[in-house]
Design a protein around this ligand. Structure first.
Ligand SMILES: CC(C)(COP(=O)(O)OP(=O)(O)OC[C@H]1O[C@@H](n2cnc3c(N)ncnc32)[C@H](O)[C@@H]1OP(=O)(O)O)[C@@H](O)C(=O)NCCC(=O)NCCS
Length: 134
């Protein structure tokens, strides 16, 4: 069964393998734990037969008006079972007091996010790939 958690305290790096699929230099499980610990809100999907995290979403925030969702990922073996949708729904509940909730995604995912009332907007981004190696 999949359970959902909004706290990271019980999670160990051993439970955080396999994420950042397709990234040329994927952040390590240690880095992912740091990301989760430093986020404003997180929702984790956990396979309770292994205690492994199999999906996560995080948000950072100014804690006044705006929140940004940098990451959403479900491990390939667990995709298309509604887990990603559950993570987005739970995160939107966590962030319901904010004026702005922003994220960037590939255009293919526009329809996925539209189901949760996100609308398409223009964005400006910088990616310093060398900082992934630190
Ligand atoms: C996007 C993602 C989190 C969805 O997780 P999931 O658990 O499979 O989501 P759900 O089962 O709730 O919904 C599946 C829906 O995702 C959408 N989807 C996922 N990947 C897609 C893609 N590459 N192109 C188009 N739609 C996609 C589809 O609408 C799909 O609907 P369908 O089942 O009717 O085909 C997952 O595919 C993933 O981790 N992808 C890699 C990382 C990523 O792209 N993250 C988003 C960053 S903004």
């Amino acid at each position: 069964m999949i359970k959902y958690l909004t706290a990271v305290e019980t999670i160990k790096t051993d439970n955080l393998n396999g994420f950042f699929v397709g990234w040329p230099t994927p952040p390590s499980p240690d880095k992912l734990l740091e990301i989760l610990q430093n986020s404003y809100k997180i929702v984790l999907a956990i396979d309770d037969s292994t205690d492994n995290v199999i999906g996560f979403i995080n948000a950072i925030s100014d804690k006044t008006l705006s929140a940004y969702i940098p990451f959403l990922e479900v491990l390939p073996d667990y995709q298309k079972q509604g887990i990603g949708s559950e993570l987005v729904k739970s995160m939107l509940e966590e962030l319901q007091e904010f004026y702005m909730i922003d994220l960037c995604c590939d255009i293919e995912l526009n329809e996925f996010y539209r189901k949760f009332n996100f609308s398409h907007a223009n964005a400006q981004i910088i990616k310093n790939f060398q900082n992934l190696l630190k």
